[in-house]
Design a protein around this ligand. Structure first.
Ligand SMILES: Cc1cc2nc3c(=O)[nH]c(=O)nc-3n(C[C@H](O)[C@H](O)[C@H](O)COP(=O)(O)OP(=O)(O)OC[C@H]3O[C@@H](n4cnc5c(N)ncnc54)[C@H](O)[C@@H]3O)c2cc1C
Length: 343
C-alpha cells in the first residue's frame, strides 16, 4: 500500500518532523520487490520501527515500512525452533514466546523495533545478545529476486555488528529470523541488577517482568520523549588506555574483551564529562541515562546532531576516546557515515 501521508514523525522514535516523498507499507514480498523495481535509482529506504535512526533531513525518496507478519513453531527433542517474519514487533514476539512457555528471550524484553532489524546490530541487553538465540536469517535479494538463508555463522555477529551492516546492507531485505531456544532453560543473571535479586527470579516470566520494570524505570519512553535508545556504542579500548583511566577513576566500569582490549561504558564517560542532563536547543542528554540523547519536544535534526557532536567532543577532550554512534544516520538520499557527520 502506498500512502500519500508522507510525514515520518510518527514513524521515527526520535519524533523528528521529517518527511519522505512517498511511504510504502509492505506486508508481502511482492510489494517489497515492486517498490524496489519502481524506485529506478531514486533514494529507497527500508524501515522497521524507526527506533535506531536519526533522520538528518527530509528523505528525498521512498520509505518502505516492513510489515511482513507470521510466526511458526516447530520442536525437536531439545529445542524450540521458531520462524518469525521480519515485520513482527520485537517485544510482542518476546512476550509471545514467554506466554507459550518457550523461554530464552526474556532478557531481551521491551527493546523497541521489529524482529527483522534485530540481527542487524545484534541487539543485546542484560547479558544476552541476539546471536545467542539466532539460528538463521532469511534475506530477499531484491536485484536477483531471490530468497537466501544465512546460517548463524554466516551472519558474522559481533558487538552491535553483523554482515547486514556490510555485504548485505544495500539491495537486501531481511524477511524472517529463525530462533533456536533450548528446552533446558538456563537463566542468565550475568547483568548485576538481575543477579542482585536472582532468588526472586525463578521463572522466565519473572525475569521478563523484572527486565521490563528496570527498563521502564531507567529509559525514557519514546512515546513521551523522543529518543533512539543508546546513542553511542560502548567503546573498546586498549588495556593500557584502561589502566591510565583506572589510575584516576578506580571504579570506572570496564568489561574485559580479550587480553589486549576492554569495553568501557559510554554512559559513564558522558556522565564523568559532566553532561548528564545537559540541554540545548530542544535536545538533551537524558538526566537518568546519559547514553540516551533525547528530543525534548521540538528539536530539529540539526539540534540532535549538535548535541551528539558536543557530547563526542567533550568526552574526547576529557578521556581521549572518540565515541562512535550506534544510531544510524539517514540523510536525504540514504544512510550517511555517522562519524563523518559528527567530525
Ligand atoms: C528506548 C529504546 C531502547 C533501546 N534499547 C536497546 C537495547 O537494549 N539493545 C539494543 O541492541 N538496541 C536498543 N535500542 C535500539 C533499537 O531498538 C534496535 O536497534 C532495534 O533493533 C531497531 O529496530 P527497528 O525495527 O526500529 O529498526 P529501524 O530503526 O527501523 O532500522 C534500523 C536499520 O535497519 C534497517 N532495516 C530495518 N528493517 C530491515 C530489514 N527487514 N531488512 C534490512 N534492513 C532493515 C534500516 O534501514 C536501518 O538502517 C533501543 C531503542 C530505543 C528507542
Amino acid at each position: 500500500m502506498t500512502c500519500s501521508q508522507t510525514s515520518l514523525k510518527p514513524l521515527n522514535t526520535f519524533g523528528l518532523s521529517v518527511s519522505a516523498k512517498s511511504i510504502v507499507y509492505a506486508s508481502d514480498t511482492e510489494t517489497l520487490i515492486d517498490s524496489w523495481q519502481d524506485h529506478q535509482g531514486k533514494p529507497w529506504l527500508l524501515m522497521g520501527g524507526g527506533s535506531n535512526m536519526l533522520f538528518l533531513d527530509d528523505f528525498d525518496g521512498t520509505v518502505v515500512i516492513n510489515q511482513l507478519k507470521g510466526i511458526s513453531v516447530e520442536q525437536t527433542q531439545d529445542n524450540w525452533l521458531i520462524h518469525c517474519a521480519a515485520g513482527e514487533n520485537w517485544h510482542d514476539f518476546v512476550q509471545f514466546t514467554i506466554k507459550e512457555d518457550m523461554p530464552g528471550l526474556e532478557n531481551l524484553a521491551l527493546i523497541p523495533g521489529t524482529v527483522g532489524s534485530a540481527p542487524i546490530q545484534n541487539i543485546g541487553a542484560y547479558g544476552v545478545e541476539l546471536k545467542d538465540v539466532c539460528d538463521y536469517v532469511d534475506i530477499l535479494d531484491l536485484t536477483q529476486n531471490k530468497l537466501v538463508r544465512l546460517t548463524h555463522t554466516e551472519c558474522l555477529f559481533g558487538y552491535r555488528e553483523s554482515i547486514f551492516k556490510h555485504r548485505y546492507q544495500h539491495g537486501y531485505v531481511i524477511t524472517a529470523v529463525g530462533f533456536r531456544l533450548p528446552k533446558c532453560w538456563q537463566p542468565n543473571f550475568s547483568y548485576g541488577p538481575l543477579k542482585a535479586v536472582k532468588e526472586t527470579l525463578t521463572t522466565p516470566k519473572s525475569i521478563f517482568d523484572k527486565v521490563c520494570e528496570i527498563r521502564r524505570s531507567k529509559l525514557p519512553d519514546p512515546a513521551k520523549m523522543g529518543n533512539a535508545g543508546s546513542f553511542f556504542k560502548n567503546p573498546i579500548i586498549s588495556t593500557q588506555a584502561a589502566e591510565a583511566i583506572k589510575q584516576h577513576y578506580p571504579d570506572a566500569p570496564f568489561y574485559p574483551q580479550n587480553s589486549d582490549q576492554v569495553k568501557i561504558a559510554a554512559g559513564w564517560l558522558i556522565e564523568q564529562a559532566g553532561l548528564k542532563g545537559y540541554q540545548a536547543h530542544g535536545a538533551g542528554v537524558h538526566p537518568q541515562q546519559a547514553l540516551v540523547l533525547v528530543n525534548l519536544g521540538e528539536a530539529q535534526p540539526a539540534d540532535v546532531v549538535s548535541m551528539a557532536k558536543h557530547v563526542r567532543d567533550t568526552v574526547h577532550q576529557k578521556f581521549s576516546i572518540w565515541l562512535e554512534p550506534e544510531v544510524r544516520f539517514i540523510g536525504t538520499k540514504g544512510e550517511v557515515n555517522a562519524v563523518d557527520t559528527l567530525s
